[in-house]
Design a protein around this ligand. Sequence first.
Ligand code: C2E
Ligand code: CA
Ligand code: CA
Length: 954
Amino acid sequence: MRRPFFALSLGACLALLLGLVISAILFVSVRRLEHDKAAIDFQQHAQLRVAAVRESIDRSIHILGNINQLFGSFGDVSREQFRSFTAPLLARLPYVQNFAFHRILPDAERASYEERMRASYPDFVITEIDKGVRVPAQSRPFYRVVDYVEPLQGNEAALGFDAASNDLQTDAMRRAVDTGLPAATAPIRLVQEKGSQRGIVVLMAVYRFGAVLTDVASRRAAVIGDTATVFRGQDLIDKALAEGHALIADRNVDMHISVYASAVPSEATLIYRNGADLNAGEATTWLSGWLFYDRPAPYRYDFDVAGQAWHMVVSAPPRFFLDGGWGALWAFIAGVLFSIGGAVYLHTLIGRSRRIQLVVEERTAQLQALNEELGADIAARRRAEQALQLRERAIEASANAIIITEAVAPHYPIEYVNPAFERITGYTEAEVIGRDSCFLWGDDTEQAGIEEVRAAVAELREGHAVLRSYRKDGSMFWSDIYIAPVRDENGVVSHFVSAQYDITATKRYESELEFQTNRDALTGLANRNLLRDRLGQAISFAYRYGNPIWVMFVDLDRFKFVNDTLGHQAGDTLLKAVASRLQSCLRETDTVSRVGGDEFVLVLNERTDAGLTTNIVQRLMDAIAKPLDIHGHEFFISCSIGVAVYPADGETPEDLLRHADIAMYRAKETGRNNFQFYTSTMNEKAMERLRFEGDLRNALEREEFVLHYQPQIDLQTGEIVGVEALIRWQHPELGMVPPARFIGLAEETGLIVPIGAWVIRTACMQNKAWQLSDVGPLRMSVNLSARQFAHNDLVESVAQALDEAQLEPQYLEIELTESLVMADVERAIGVLRELKALGVQLSIDDFGTGYSSLSYLKRFPIDVLKIDRSFVNDITTDPDDAAIVSTIISLAHGLRLLVIAEGVETAEQLGYLRQHDCDQMQGYFFSPPVSADALARMRKEGKRLPIPTTGSLL
Ligand code: C2E
Ligand code: CA
Ligand code: CA
């Protein structure tokens, strides 16, 4: 984590703190020293002052001594002498109030003295002070008269004053006499002075000239007077200090000085005072104490002034420490600065060491990362090596041949082959190294793939080809070759690697598959796929050479019949036989294909050797028409063929196939067993059919269908007993279309189911309507198609139609064809039983055309059997048919079935049927199918079949 820029490190803080503490201690110490020095200084200054004062006093006293000596040296000193001697002294010593000579005068000499003095001073008299007033002195044994006084001016009053009257001097005088030394008095008020200044009188005895002074007595005896000087105390000390200051040059030092003329300071003896005395002992706080203030102890000095004890006090006011010098502060500031500097230095030092540490850590991390990278690198390299080894091993283990060739044109020598190569080709590695890799193709160099391989190599790109290659033993194998350039580290192609897959097996499988996808499994003929291919190829070939192609659509006639009657196996045998017959008729270059159940398409190319003629078609038909033995049965089959010719009838396979198909239909329409060439009119018909189909889809919706009803007559009574509902289509353009033209199409398209349902519904309604009208009850027959019968909803829809019409079921009859019920007998039985359970009647239509035996019919719950028109038609001409009809009638009656003959057109036919006990008839002979109205009319008119009289029986 990054610390804030300004944060001091703990070390720096401690250093700073320590520095500050040291600074403080330094400050205190320096202050202590300063303080002590200040005390010493002060003492020195004080002592200097004391010395100055003493010196000054001593000098003054000394001068007094000089004056006194004047008397000692000259004996008698005249007034003039005294004046001249003292005058310069007075000028020099301004603090001297006066110099005086006191003459001791016995009372006896008073008068003469006064007399003598009056000569100079007319009113002269010896005086004394009484209560502040100068008065003539009282008579005393001795006077001590102020004889000389200098300066006289201002001291006139003192002249003649009896100093002995002044008690203050008495003591000093005695000491002066006794010692011969100067003696000072206590301070006195100076009479002459204005102000409060006190004076000191210093006396010195004057002895008789020439007296021997050995002891006190001799001194007392020899004393004749004294010399005195009066100092103005304050002036004296002022002067002394002034001189002293000059000497010590510290005038500015603020010092308080007091001088007392006594051993114990007292206001009474105060001579001099400059500022109050200061006491050092007063209480101080630490702030005002010595730490910040110099507070030296007052200097006290006791000394002797002419035998008098004096006391001097020198003190100083507390002085703020800065006034005495900046030393401590500087020391402190220096200390603090040094501390800060130190702290900062330490901080940077710590910071640097931290940065160094960080750098070291970073480097370490980098180194570690580098290490890891290196490790990863090594691991990656190892992996790469392993991967390489793995790849090598994988190449070795590969199941496919791998060949590495040098990229050296033109031979591209082989440098490496893997074991699979050896296995596949049979060549050993030693045999192929250095050889041109093309050798595998042997002489088979005309392969398209080789070009691709060569191109890929030349263009240095990947290539792919499927090639025939040859093994050492000469056998061919298919190889799927992938070739790719291999680049060296500089991106230059140095080698080619090719992987060869032996796809021989795959090729085989492919061709099998191809056969399967292109061949018809049953006959081995080409199927629709291959046909399309071949036809396409043939067209492109024919287009190039201008040859025609014939496309023939062959459809077997009545093949369904074989399949239905003899089973699928027989059908298959038949198809195979037809296939081989078709093939045998054609050349190998022609294509024979099977495209549907019994549909074959042939593609015939015209070759220069033989043109295409209808002979070929005839030959084909003949070949197919040959009798065929299937499961011991001899069969005759025919076919219908449609031919479309390229390019006249179409230029695409689709067109040609479609047109051949149309032509084949046409052939079928024109009676089977023939062939038709496609014409454009056929196409029109086919187109018409398409249109027709479209119309049919809409017919139901447009209500274009109607039902016509053909009466069925009971041959016993001649009465109409039933009708068959037959559908018609009122086409808007084509008019009334018969069912034969659209029922088949409706079957194919599935439209028959809704159409059939409509028929049943309409028939039931109509029948009910007739029952309710005067037409009366009739049996209504409805035809059912195979598609309808197969539909699961059949029974339900019939029941619904009955229900809707409220028609009793016995009035509805359903007609089924033989083939319809024979297709799936078990199911048919089930459906018929269900229908029967509804209560409806069931009949078998067109009986005789199918191949069911009558015995089968026993199993079906049917009521009516309708003999097909074709038999009825021929009963009068063909004895066989007549026999069949009579047999059917009797067998049906044996099964308790009602028999109806269809298509009765003539009286002869009717006669035969009556003769053989046929129950009912239906046919043009009585009536064609008619509209509902027409039928109603017929009933109303009572139309019936005339019953022949017995006589007219044939
Ligand atoms: P089918 O069931 O055999 O019907 C009888 C056919 O014979 C009718 O032809 C009828 O007109 C015709 N016919 C009747 N008497 C004579 C005669 O004396 N001489 C000749 N030559 N013909 C006679 P149609 O109406 O053209 O019907 C043809 C076929 O169409 C019917 O044959 C039937 O199979 C089918 N069909 C008609 N209506 C329906 C229908 O509603 N549903 C189904 N599924 N088929 C129908
Ligand atoms: Ca019918
Ligand atoms: Ca019929």
